[in-house]
Design a protein around this ligand. Structure first.
Ligand SMILES: Cc1cc2nc3c(=O)[nH]c(=O)nc-3n(C[C@H](O)[C@H](O)[C@H](O)COP(=O)(O)O)c2cc1C
Length: 190
């Protein structure tokens, strides 16, 4: 089972990095599998730490993928930050890495956890934003017809169940797709 989360890391120089990751739990430990190259991977190798943030604010997923300004973070310890607004955070320490040319597997131990807010229940629009964010993160690999087709279906959940945060996140992703299409057609005409 894969849980969609936000992983916050710091570089060796202290720069904060925020990225969505689908993680797995295995025997009480967290497994993160970043495709190379990855700033998150490099930061974890440099600092041996990451923070797993669980949030229902899907704008944080969309902002990372649409390259919007990053959401606020809070320092927990030197070289270790969490999202300021999240429902739960877990501080992770690197246990072992299974090396792979394409996608290494990092197993991390939870060293500290805290709950900050309640889970309000499932929301279809939030799930739709996450689905579209995954598609947009693969925009360079997927045919645009597939993206348009999936977007049309996901739009139903947005229209029926979105709140303001979900609408904003959705729009950032739609803008990213439209910019990509405009760039592609510009390239074809040139
Ligand atoms: C919901 C969601 C889940 C993702 N899960 C992964 C993942 O498990 N591994 C990965 O390499 N990228 C994943 N991505 C894409 C990364 O967030 C994105 O490519 C990011 O830039 C990772 O590279 P970075 O560490 O250099 O930031 C996911 C994206 C989304 C929207």
């Amino acid at each position: 089972m894969i849980y969609e989360t936000i992983v916050t890391t710091c570089s060796a120089h202290g720069e904060v990095h925020i990225a969505p990751f689908g993680v797995q739990w295995s025997n009480g430990k967290v497994v993160i599998s970043p495709y190379k190259p990855s700033a998150t991977l490099q930061n974890i190798l440099d600092t041996r730490h990451a923070v797993l943030n669980l949030t229902d604010d899907v704008r944080i997923f969309a902002a990372a993928i649409a390259k919007k300004s990053p959401f606020a973070t809070q320092e927990i310890a030197p070289g270790c930050v969490r999202l300021q607004d999240c429902l739960t955070h877990h501080v992770l320490k690197l246990d072992e890495m299974e090396e792979d040319e394409v996608r290494p597997r990092l197993t991390m131990t939870v060293v500290e956890s805290a709950l900050h807010g309640p889970f309000m229940g499932f929301n279809r629009a939030q799930a739709a934003v996450i689905e579209l964010a995954v598609l947009v993160s693969r925009l360079h690999m997927l045919p645009i017809e597939k993206i348009n087709q999936e977007m049309q279906y996901l739009q139903i959940a947005i229209d029926k169940t979105a709140g303001e945060r979900e609408l904003e996140a959705w729009q950032w992703l739609v803008d990213t797709i439209n910019n990509h299409i405009a760039r592609q057609s510009g390239l074809q005409q040139a």
